[in-house]
Design a protein around this ligand. Structure first.
Ligand code: FAD
Length: 427
């Protein structure tokens, strides 16, 4: 199998539509919703739900199995050979473009988010059918994933949330505390304009088994015992809600536990969590790179307005320092995007991508942070003033390096994969 560098036609066509959305629907309200944290831009949410549905992507952005994301049609000259699936590539490309518009707003694009990704990675075919099809609903619907706890962030195996089976009712009873849940409010709280979403809660069914005892539970919106305690006030991505959630005697049906209830020595539960991240880390990378591209394009535009046009093709020593910096930023951006494309291509082709997935996230985290900061630095006051969005992009960028595994943690994953160490051998 070869990697194609040219985007398939369905992706190219969709990009045209998404660029229009990013330019005309996201950018004009970007500042307003940054300054009014937690308000919901309903016009964007409702439009995107309808538009993505009409484009055949289900209702919004959701990581799904190939059957809901059909292979791209053949292009002219491809003969009778079948095109490989492009579900993740399409998603990454969509996300990059939406994040170019506004990364916080991309995060509130209707769809299953990390919650659906967990169902796709750890659920049975019946669970996928039951929980993933709801994003095709007539109104925008969300899902979120709750892993992080006050005492468990990078070390996910330290989670203390417990799920105990009540033999009499055949229900799981969940107790615990979850924090920093992206989209937790929209996925759980009843909003008239939203469909019935869910949160996926990671808990232990057997603390003595460590990672092998970890399981994910689908907790439907409105379930008794779940409380949204607060929405975080943040540095960036402020239009995206980040919830702290408590669970007290929360009862869910037996079949809402994703995968198998048997605790085996082979870490089944933890593997489900890791499989979720393998799928979604390149998508986080793509979102960061959209922000970086926005900053880089803005930088070049402002430099040109000030008479600085990059003279591509000249020997390096003949370029000005600013020209060299811009070219280096373009190299960083392109290489990070290529790494991201490789990781999603592997996911689409059902190849194990733990290494490439974490690599793409590390690289994108670095590149996005560096490019946005450098752009502010080079433009000085233009970069610092709230008159333009560049200072916001610099604030929005940092999260790329934090959620779904920090830069340090993903570097550890990369090192373990390359050196052949287990999690306990290299930590
Ligand atoms: C805006 C936002 C949205 C989020 N969304 C979600 C979500 O939807 N669902 C969810 O479950 N979580 C979410 N998170 C949580 C996020 O995944 C965690 O913040 C992240 O995993 C880091 O965990 P921590 O905050 O506990 O930091 P810690 O684990 O305490 O780490 C603190 C620092 O130490 C470093 N460090 C830790 N261990 C090591 C090590 N072994 N080697 C080297 N360095 C190390 C880390 O890299 C970091 O720099 C979100 C966080 C934010 C800020």
């Amino acid at each position: 199998m070869t990697i194609e560098f040219e985007a398939p036609k369905p992706i190219v066509n969709q990009q045209v539509m998404l660029k229009t959305v990013a330019e005309n629907m996201m950018r004009p309200i970007s500042r307003e919703f940054d300054e009014n944290e937690h308000e919901i831009p309903w016009s964007y949410v409702e439009f995107m739900h309808m538009a993505m549905k009409a484009a055949g992507g289900g209702g919004g952005l959701t990581v799904m199995e190939e059957k809901t994301s059909p292979p791209a049609p053949l292009l002219e000259g491809e003969g009778s050979q079948k095109r490989p699936p492009i579900g993740y590539q399409k998603l990454a490309t969509q996300i990059e473009m939406l994040a170019w518009g506004d990364v916080g707003m991309y995060l509130i694009t209707p769809g299953g988010g990390l919650g659906a990704a967990a169902v796709a990675a750890a659920g049975t075919p019946e669970q996928k059918e039951k929980f993933l099809t709801r994003f095709n609903s007539d109104i925008p619907t969300y899902a979120a994933m709750c892993m992080t706890e006050p005492g468990a962030g990078s070390d996910t195996s330290a989670i203390r949330t417990r799920a105990v089976l009540d033999d009499k009712t055949n229900e799981w009873v969940i107790n615990g505390e979850k924090i920093f849940v992206t989209g937790g409010d929209k996925s759980f709280t009843h909003y008239e304009k939203l469909g019935k979403g869910f949160i996926v809660v990671w808990a232990s069914i057997d603390p003595s088994a460590g990672r092998a005892g970890m399981r994910a539970f689908v907790v439907e919106s409105g379930t008794a015992g779940v409380k949204i305690n607060k929405l975080e006030k943040k540095m960036g991505i402020r239009v995206s809600d980040t919830a702290a959630i408590s669970l007290v005697d929360v009862r869910v049906p037996f079949e809402n536990m994703l995968g198998s209830a048997t605790v085996e020595k082979n870490n089944t539960g933890f593997r489900g969590a890791m499989a979720t991240f393998d799928a979604t880390r390149p998508l986080v990378a793509a979102s960061g790179l959209g922000v970086a591209r926005a900053a880089l394009e803005f930088l070049k535009e402002k430099l040109e307005e000030n008479g600085v046009k990059i003279r591509y093709g000249l020997p390096r020593q003949k370029l000005s320092n600013v020209e060299r910096e811009v070219i280096d930023m373009e190299i960083m951006l392109k290489s990070a995007w290529l790494m991201t494309l490789k990781a999603v291509w592997m996911a689409d082709n059902k190849k194990s991508n733990a290494l490439e997935s974490s690599m793409s996230k590390v690289k994108a985290g670095d590149v996005t942070t560096k490019i946005t900061q450098k752009a502010v630095e080079i433009l000085g006051p233009i970069g610092y003033t709230r008159e333009f969005l560049l200072e916001k992009w610099m604030r929005d960028a940092k999260i790329t390096d934090i959620y779904e595994g920090t830069g340090q943690i993903n570097r550890l994953v990369v090192a373990r994969q390359i050196l052949g160490y287990s999690g306990s051998e290299l930590r």
